[in-house]
Design a protein around this ligand. Structure first.
Ligand code: ATP
Length: 264
């Protein structure tokens, strides 16, 4: 997917929020964190990427046909659906059969700890549960591009962790995830784009290593590392200078981990 000369301003004489943006999303999928000061245009960029807003100038090409967008707050008021009904409806809009949409809706509600609310009307859900439904909706149809605008806000700690894992799984399958989040330690292996003065530029990322391990469920992980579990494997993202120390801890803890791969 490419952005060529993309600009956006609100109103014909409004100031340009974004201007002359030239960008390519990482080929083969990946995770991109969008950073910038308040009001710099991060949400504007995310809405353009997701296709729910159009550029005032330039063009965007190659957007995956399955693109999902999850904002910070899901305005569920007035929607005449239960949580499951809403997910099945959107799953079908994305081309899933109703049986598959129903099964996936159940799986995602379960993963986000909201299975007990599957049959509840959206109108009656708490903000946190509504946000779980919104995130489940984003993941439901296995999108090629998932855009998350502070989607972790309002989720409880377990659901935030479940979303981190889901993003890792999606990226591992070749999809692209672009996100904004106020927590600077969120998904630390992500590429970074900086939005400032209308421009979007890749930010310098401190060198880091990704260590993939497998091992018994009760094997301990070193403190202060960011771990994403995919099946029986765990990927740890650590600053380069800590990689040797973390590898030592992984190999000498009891029970020990098996190191499956290290990349920088
Ligand atoms: N629908 C809109 N109509 C008019 N102006 C808008 C609209 N959406 C955003 N803007 C303006 O565009 C600029 C960028 O807003 P945007 O929400 O994209 O920034 P942001 O970096 O996401 O901000 P924050 O960090 O505060 O969420 C701001 O000046 C904002 O007031």
């Amino acid at each position: 997917m490419r952005l060529e000369g993309v600009g956006r301003r609100y109103g014909v004489r409004g100031p340009w929020v974004l201007r002359g943006v030239e960008l390519g999303l990482p080929p083969g999928g990946g995770v991109v964190r969008v950073e910038g000061a308040n009001g710099s245009g991060k949400s504007t960029l995310l809405r353009l990427l997701a296709g729910i807003d159009r550029p005032s100038a330039g063009r965007i090409s190659g957007r995956p046909s399955r693109t999902a967008y999850v904002p910070e707050r899901f305005p569920a008021t007035g929607l005449p659906f239960t949580a499951r009904g809403w997910l099945v409806h959107l799953g079908r809009v994305h081309g899933l059969g109703s049986g598959e949409a129903r099964a996936r809706a159940g799986e995602w509600l379960e993963r986000f700890g909201a299975a007990e609310f599957a049959g509840a009307p959206l109108d009656e859900l708490s903000k946190g549960t509504c946000q779980k439904v919104a995130v489940a909706q984003g993941l439901l149809a296995d999108p090629g591009l998932l855009v998350l605008d502070e989607a972790w806000t309002g989720l409880d700690a377990a659901a935030r962790g479940a979303l981190d894992v889901a993003v890792g799984e999606l990226a591992a399958r070749g999809s692209t995830v672009v996100f904004v989040d106020h927590d600077p330690s969120r998904l630390p292996g992500a590429d970074r784009w900086q939005v400032a003065a209308g421009a979007v530029t890749p930010a310098r990322t401190a060198p880091y290593a990704v260590i993939t391990v497998s091992g018994p469920e009760d094997a301990p992980l070193p403190p202060d590392v960011v771990a994403v579990r995919t099946g029986d494997r765990v990927s740890l993202t650590v600053p380069d200078e800590r990689a040797d120390e973390v590898l030592r801890e992984l190999l000498t803890c009891e029970p020990p981990w098996s190191v499956r791969g290290v990349s920088r």
